[in-house]
Design a protein around this ligand. Structure first.
Ligand code: AHR
Length: 344
């Protein structure tokens, strides 16, 4: 009896440790899920709250679960893969109807995905994809992917930068195709789908312009604080004055870096051209202050698509494995007009 009690206590504590919490969807505690003949339960493993984008994504998922009257068991992994493993295993134990999941990194999921498959629970990957062992396809373990094309986002960033450097330039130089354009790159969480895809897209596209040289490249983990710290260190280095362009793999890191650039006595947006990805409100504020030059949109409002896909899967209706988000890009020419209609 004592042993049983001890085991129960550990299990309860583990539940709290990774922050899983049940949320009743819809106005009534009961009822049925929109589009279903019963109320369904979704286990959702989010990676954390590292950025403005992530908060918008979480809010969208929670609001959509309410709208669909889906019971959501939400777990915040605080950026740790082992917390996500625990959450996913607890969803299996709880026999949820469907799992929504943003993998913090791309690899290391083969075993848990097999367990979920064996349990017969469909998985919807949200925002970030996985890479499985050679010969395995993620489509055989994951029912649908909902999110952006990280590769094309970075390619758009390169195109914006090259065009701007050719036509306008920074306070010191224009790109004539021959002069070196020195780039600093703030990368996201190493090994995450967003970092891997955006790095691949950047590398592919920038290789067409050999005069663009990467002089700094480091992770800022998608956070404002780390973006600022890394930029501060670069601004103290002997090569600080050589930086022409900063590409940050998300807006939060760019916003942190802007503070570091100003503290070092330089004008962000003029002395150093800055482009990032996401298009959160903070980026619009920075563009209106003429401190951030451009942001490539990555849509975090994925909740409705996640819930709609879950309902379709459980009803055995046909779905497309990945419907890419339709996205835009913003700079000083259109930021002001777009700002009032931005939802995140
Ligand atoms: O995976 C999407 C990325 O993760 C967003 O660009 C970033 O802001 C977030 O933290």
């Amino acid at each position: 009896m004592k042993k049983l009690l001890a085991v129960l206590m550990v299990l309860i504590a583990a539940g709290f440790a990774f922050g899983a919490g049940r949320q009743q969807g819809g106005g009534s505690a009961g009822g049925v899920t929109k589009g279903m003949d019963r109320k369904i339960v979704m286990g959702y493993s989010q990676i954390g709250a590292e950025s403005e984008w992530r908060t918008a994504c979480t809010n969208s998922v929670k609001a959509a679960a309410e709208e669909y009257n889906i019971e959501l068991i939400f777990s915040d992994a605080q950026q740790k893969q082992e917390n996500q493993m625990q959450a996913l295993r607890s969803f299996i134990r709880q026999k949820v109807d469907v799992i929504g999941w943003t993998p913090v990194v791309e690899t290391g999921w083969d075993a848990i995905l097999q367990e979920i498959k064996d349990a017969g629970i469909p998985v919807i990957c949200v925002d970030r994809q996985v890479t499985l062992a050679a010969g395995k396809r993620q489509e055989d373990y994951i029912s649908a992917f909902i999110g952006s094309n990280m590769i094309t986002e970075a390619q758009k960033a390169v195109q914006w930068i090259v065009n701007y450097m050719k036509t306008t330039g920074n306070s010191r130089k224009k790109d004539d195709g021959k002069v070196d354009i020195n780039v600093a790159i703030l990368e996201g969480t190493t090994g995450s789908g967003a970092q891997v895809g955006r790095t691949e897209g950047w590398n592919q596209e920038i290789s067409k312009y050999p005069n663009y040289k990467t002089i700094f490249r480091q992770t800022g983990n998608f956070t404002r604080a780390e973006g600022q710290q890394v930029m501060e260190a670069w601004m103290k280095s002997p090569q600080a004055n050589d930086i022409d362009v900063l590409f940050a793999q998300n807006d939060d890191m760019a916003i942190g870096a802007i503070d570091a650039i100003k503290a070092a006595g330089k004008k962000p947006g003029t002395d150093i051209i800055i482009v990032s990805i996401d298009s959160v409100k903070g980026a619009f504020d920075a563009m209106l202050r003429k401190e951030l030059n451009a942001t490539i949109e990555c849509n975090p409002l994925l909740g409705p698509q996640v819930m709609d896909t879950a309902v379709k899967i459980l009803n055995n209706q046909p779905i497309t494995w990945w419907v890419e988000s339709v996205e835009s890009q913003f700079d000083w020419t259109n930021a002001e007009a777009a700002y009032p209609s931005r939802q995140y």
